[in-house]
Design a protein around this ligand. Structure first.
Ligand code: ASP
Length: 321
């Protein structure tokens, strides 16, 4: 037993040659968010507050594909989505199709706490945001030079593309889904209370109205009394696999450890599609992925911690040495 926290900034085909100017700001944000989450857990904040706090911070960072850094739809608009879940109560909330809400994860929590529903989307979600008085900004706030560039690149090769690679157009094939990005956080306190939160802008050049795994409870986000899971990767694959719920079900019905359950789910997902962070009620952490890399960080009460992008032999700290 003991508290634990894990967070991610997206999984995908993150090239080992990722330029240092793209890698360092993300790594620094992961470190800052991890420190923030650890402090909140040590201060006995409930895990639900901790995951919301950390994901808000990640949403405010333009280097990740969520909130301010959300990628663009095929017509150059932003449609953000998020969900949050508490393990013991199984209370949850989700939002999609947001174009003006600064912190979609907080609106998802308000859906959970202030409505009789679980999931609001598009106009209804925007109207609810105004009723609740959450911070909103003109849609142009979310459209950055970087996200415009990514949309231009995706359109040049006519594909629905994900975050992170440096597309040399001539190197990209029509079928190569190389980039993925999203943010998420899971946390457990010393009493085994669990929570999960995930937020994203989705896929670059996605169709208007497309909904991915992130706001789908049981796919991109899930928590019960056994574990909390936040997934990232190719949303369509994660929805088909019900990734988050599968991890919990393997633990609950088959008695698997968190490590075995998460390894099983990720190994059985189509290669290059899935990554996740998860914590169990007794303070274990797992962060497997079957993509080239996943921006991730974790810490446990016993003092162990990690910040990494690629597999353990190529992690950020080693690269920095
Ligand atoms: N899973 C997200 C989606 O498909 C993308 C990501 O994880 O970056 O919308």
């Amino acid at each position: 037993m003991g508290w634990a926290i894990a967070l991610h900034g997206g999984a995908g085909d993150i090239p080992l040659s990722l330029p240092v100017e793209r890698r360092l700001p993300r790594e620094e944000t992961l470190r800052r968010c991890l420190t923030l989450g650890i402090a909140a857990l040590k201060d006995n904040h409930p895990p639900l507050d901790v995951v919301e706090l950390v994901v808000c911070e990640l949403e405010n960072c333009p280097h990740f594909n969520a909130g301010r850094g959300s990628v663009l739809t095929t017509i150059g608009t932003v449609e953000m989505e998020a969900s949050i879940m508490e393990g013991n109560t199984k209370n949850c909330g989700a939002v999609s199709g947001l174009s003006t809400v600064v912190n979609p994860i907080s609106l998802a929590r308000l859906v959970m706490e202030k409505t009789p529903h679980i999931y609001l989307a598009f106009d209804g979600a925007e109207t609810f945001a105004r009723e609740q008085g959450v911070i909103t900004k003109d849609a142009s706030h979310f459209i950055t030079p970087e996200t415009i560039e990514r949309l231009t690149q995706a359109k040049a090769v006519n594909r629905v593309q994900i975050d992170y690679t440096q597309p040399a157009v001539e190197e990209l094939s029509e079928n190569c889904d190389s980039q993925i990005g999203t943010v998420g956080c899971v946390a457990v306190d010393g009493n085994g209370n669990l929570a999960a939160a995930t937020s994203t802008g989705g896929l670059v050049n996605k169709m208007v109205g497309r909904i991915g795994d992130t706001p789908i409870i049981g796919a991109g986000t899930y928590a019960n009394s056994f574990c909390a899971v936040s997934a990232t990767g190719k949303g369509e694959a994660i929805v088909r696999a019900t990734t988050g719920r599968d991890v919990a079900a393997l633990m609950e019905y088959k008695g698997l450890s968190l490590k075995d359950a998460t390894d099983y789910v990720v190994e059985n997902a189509p290669k290059g599609t899935t990554g996740l962070v998860a914590v169990s009620a007794n303070g274990e952490v797992a962060m497997p992925f079957n993509t080239t890399g996943m921006f991730r960080a974790c810490a446990k009460e016993d003092g162990t911690s990690e910040i990494a992008i690629w597999s353990s032999v190529q992690n950020v700290d080693e690269l920095l040495r």
